[in-house]
Design a binder for this molecule. Structure first.
Ligand SMILES: *Cc1c(COP(=O)(O)O)cnc(C)c1O
Length: 388
């Protein structure tokens, strides 16, 4: 049966472009350095399964997700590569981790002990990556002193755990703020020192990894055995202030349809709470997308869309399911016309990082909050291959 395409508001996801982005990353890695495809939060809102399947076809055999259920979703879709669960899984669910052959990241002595006990009780050995805190101060073993490293070593020797990797995470690799570089390099030093300390304790650290997208771009010396590619696969070299990765391009467009058009008189109030009052005669188009779809309400009277290759400013409060744009200067706008919210039309384009910045956010948040009502249309070889 032909899939139903409602044309209400939808994402167009170009998987070939994602493969190109992957190739651009790989081109800059040392031989032997693996790519981990980070597809947490449903692949940053773009569909973890479709992305992972294509990445697997491109030879990626390592994935990262945030949660147990995200890992299980990939397994149910017959993704066979390694899957690292980045955040906490309750130890009572260890048998699920084992059943799905997932790698759990382990971030403290207590958590390691609990997982070890649960794994042995389940009669298994749980694959794990040791997470070291080098300055993010979120999760991870402290590893700055010999005593702290001893505690990491104890965790690594637990019989219920099989340590296949050791990793850390940069806090500031994609911001250009004062001191960010020094901070990252300090984290890198701490990571290297901890790896050395573990080696001197005869601990096999397995696959070593610390780079996210920003780190990949900025610190080739930090690539180690694997790099974790999230945003960059979606086309966002997040350390954009360092420039020079122009061949990485966004894979996703967000589009919607004009569903209503009206002329309004000067003084007419538009949308909830009358925050916008027409300063002149205007032509207004209604778009059926709102904050329930992940379009930030913070963009009320600030955002803009592209219609007929021209900018149309959003006016009044963004509603739950709809919003209004000013099409006064744009000739021939008709019911059913397509408006581009992310992506390009003619000479104009806007991407998730720019739109997010306007809303005081980042592309990670904007994409990952794109809601389930938006249909996902996948393209490969120029053809529509799947609608979700
Ligand atoms: C999300 C995440 C990544 C990917 O980050 P990007 O900046 O999107 O590449 C890598 N590592 C960890 C631990 C993460 O949580």
């Amino acid at each position: 049966m032909e899939p139903l395409i409602t044309r209400r508001a939808w994402l167009e996801i170009d998987l070939d472009r994602m493969a190109q982005n992957l190739a651009e990353v790989r081109r800059r890695l040392s031989p032997g350095c693996k790519v981990c495809g980070v597809v947490k939060a449903d692949g940053y809102g773009q569909g973890a399964v479709m992305m992972a399947k294509r990445l697997a076809r491109e030879g990626v055999d390592f994935f990262a997700v945030a949660t147990l259920l995200e890992g299980k979703e990939l397994r149910d879709a017959r993704i066979t590569g390694e899957i690292l669960v980045l955040s906490y899984t309750d130890p009572s669910l260890t048998s699920e981790l084992l059943a799905c052959d997932l790698i759990q990241s382990v971030s403290s002595p207590e958590y390691a002990a609990a997982l070890d006990e649960a794994a042995r009780a389940a009669g298994g050995r749980l694959k794990a990556h040791i997470k070291l805190d080098t300055g993010m101060t979120r999760t991870g073993f402290d590893c700055g002193t010999p005593e702290e490293l001893d505690r990491v070593a104890v965790a690594c020797r637990l019989p219920g755990l099989k340590i296949t990797g050791t990793f850390s995470h940069f806090s500031s690799s994609d911001d250009g703020s004062e001191g960010a570089d020094e901070y990252c390099l300090r984290q890198l030093e701490r990571f290297t020192a901890a790896l050395d300390g573990l080696a001197s304790r005869k601990i096999s650290t397995g696959i070593r990894h610390i780079c996210n997208s920003g780190g990949i771009q900025k610190y080739p010396q930090a690539h180690f055995d694997m790099v974790r590619c999230g945003a960059i696969l979606s086309g966002y070299p997040t350390a954009c202030h360092v420039g020079a990765w122009p061949d990485i391009r966004p894979i996703t467009s967000l589009k919607t349809t004009v569903t209503c058009l009206r002329e309004i008189e000067p003084g007419t109030c538009v949308s909830y709470s009358r925050t916008f009052r027409a300063p002149k005669r205007m032509r207004v188009a209604v778009l059926p997308i709102g904050y329930a779809d992940g379009y930030p309400r913070a963009l009320s009277s600030k955002g803009r869309v592209i219609l007929h290759g021209r900018w149309a400013g959003q006016i009044g409060r963004v509603c739950m399911d709809q919003m209004m744009v000013d099409v006064t200067g744009i000739p021939d706008v008709r019911l059913g016309d397509t408006a581009v919210i992310l992506g390009g039309d003619g000479a104009l384009f806007q991407n998730a990082d720019e739109v997010a910045a306007q809303a005081g956010s980042c592309m990670h948040e904007l994409l990952s909050r794109l809601g389930p009502r938006l249909q996902r249309l996948y393209f490969e070889g120029g053809a529509l291959v799947k609608v979700l």
